[in-house]
Design a protein. Structure first.
Length: 266
């Protein structure tokens, strides 16, 4: 835990992609982040508890959350069984003392997995003692709107005990993220902080550069007694090292400034 009041702000390893976790730990520590979210990818380092523990010790940066390999591009990571992906992510979280596993809802072609998904997540959360926070996604739009996720891309009306809100995804789905935040209440377990313009792309912009009310969202979060973590998840892959540092520093300062503004009114 950091010595600061209010929610911790961590750095997702995806924010430094295509650099690996070692770069995320080094950059996160140097810029003053509170910890790391590890997105499990095909990169073996993201799956290696012992190697990640060495990075934790070297940089003094705890792993606060694990993002399970439930993306389209990680369909073969941890094998082809969807539940194995979740269970192995839970094991990794336990090995690294992380509190949260982030996961996406099933794709529509994973019908058997989707049928028992809600119940399976609830049971695993109870058994593991971790928060399994299902992330809000979005319809795919290519001339017409395609419903790609089952049982739904929006986790808010579902009976999950824990949810992740991603503000880039809320931009792409054109959702009212403040209404989602209010409806979730204590079920909001985790945040992916980014921004978006509402285009067809999942943009993961630096917060404040899109149309999402990132500032108000964070102020409300800071004043709500939120006990989860805000993980910065922005795209930097086309930037120079100096540009990456600048965007990640700006994202951290944005988060801390507005979280603190909300905390003043508690």
């Amino acid at each position: 835990m950091s010595g600061r009041a209010g929610p911790e702000v961590t750095l997702s390893t995806s924010s430094v992609y295509p650099l690996g976790p070692a770069a995320a730990f080094e950059i996160g520590a140097r810029l003053g982040y509170d910890g790391i979210e590890v997105m499990v990818l095909s990169d073996p380092t993201t799956q290696d508890a012992e190697g990640l523990r060495r990075l934790v010790d070297e940089h003094g940066m705890p792993v606060r959350s694990i993002h399970a390999p439930t993306l389209l591009v990680t369909q073969r990571v941890y094998g082809s069984s969807p539940w194995d992906k979740i269970d192995r992510s839970i094991e990794l979280a336990h090995e690294l003392d992380a509190d949260v596993v982030v996961l996406h809802p099933p794709f529509r072609w994973q019908k058997e997995y989707a049928t028992g998904f809600v119940e399976g997540v609830v049971q695993r959360e109870a058994d593991s003692g971790l928060r399994l926070a299902v992330e809000n996604m979005f319809p795919w739009r290519a001339g017409k709107e395609l419903q790609v996720y089952l049982p739904a891309w929006d986790p808010v009306p579902m009976s999950y005990d824990s949810v992740t809100l991603d503000l880039s995804h809320s931009a792409t789905s054109r959702s009212d993220v403040l209404a989602m935040q209010a409806e979730l209440g204590s079920r909001l377990a985790h945040v992916h902080l980014a921004d978006g313009s509402g285009s067809l792309k999942d943009e993961h912009l630096v917060p404040g550069r899109g149309t999402q009310p990132c500032d108000e969202f964070l102020r409300r979060l800071g004043g709500s007694g939120f006990e989860g973590v805000v993980a910065v998840e922005v795209g930097t892959r086309r930037l120079t090292p100096e540009g990456r540092d600048a965007d990640l520093r700006e994202s951290l300062e944005f988060a801390r400034t507005h979280l603190a503004d909300g905390g003043e009114f508690t």
